[in-house]
Design a protein around this ligand. Sequence first.
Ligand code: HEM
Ligand code: HEM
Length: 145
Amino acid sequence: MHLPTFLWLWRIAAWSMGFTLVAYVILGISGGWMFWLRQQRRSRPDWVRPFHFLMGAVLCGLVLVLLAIGIVGTLGHFGSLGHSVHLYAGLGVVDLVFVSAWSAVQIGSQRPWARWVHLGSNGILLIGLIWVTVTGWDVVQKYLP
Ligand code: HEM
Ligand code: HEM
């Protein structure tokens, strides 16, 4: 395939990553707010949980889009996967997002551990997101004219 096609693809990846980071920050703020309200034994407005949940779903969708772009683009260019640590960073981030989403739906008085799994996976996810951005930025240089 020709170079411009790939530049297009990586440009979409860079934008999706920007939205991913924005979604993460919004989730951090809305989740942190829920946490704080609970500590203060105050009730939370009805919209906060669904809003947080919806943003979480957006985050899940974005990382799947990025995974698809990465795999399709790499297969299209090289015909195989595994050309840098970016692969492991990418797979790691996708796993963490789904551990986070899975633990989130377990949160409740019956399962006190789920909240800590959710918080822990989200903390590691921050490191993962930084790693995938840095390594993605690195490999994208190969495609720049
Ligand atoms: C992967 C997508 C995500 C989904 C589907 C999701 C969903 C949820 C749900 C359903 C709750 C439980 C609220 C409750 O009933 O008490 C929750 C709590 C929380 N979430 Fe998320 N979340 C996601 C990602 C994140 C991220 C990325 C962060 C941080 C950057 C975060 C921070 C929090 C915090 C701090 C709480 C605790 C609220 C409390 O202690 O009451 N979440 N989340
Ligand atoms: C959650 C975010 C991301 C995920 C899950 C992801 C996933 C992947 C995966 C699985 C591959 C295949 C790697 C291989 O087999 O070697 C890949 C390749 C690639 N990704 Fe990403 N990626 C993400 C973010 C980014 C970002 C932010 C950029 C930069 C704009 C980027 C640019 C690339 C490039 C240029 C390749 C081709 C690899 C190469 O030439 O060695 N990715 N991505």
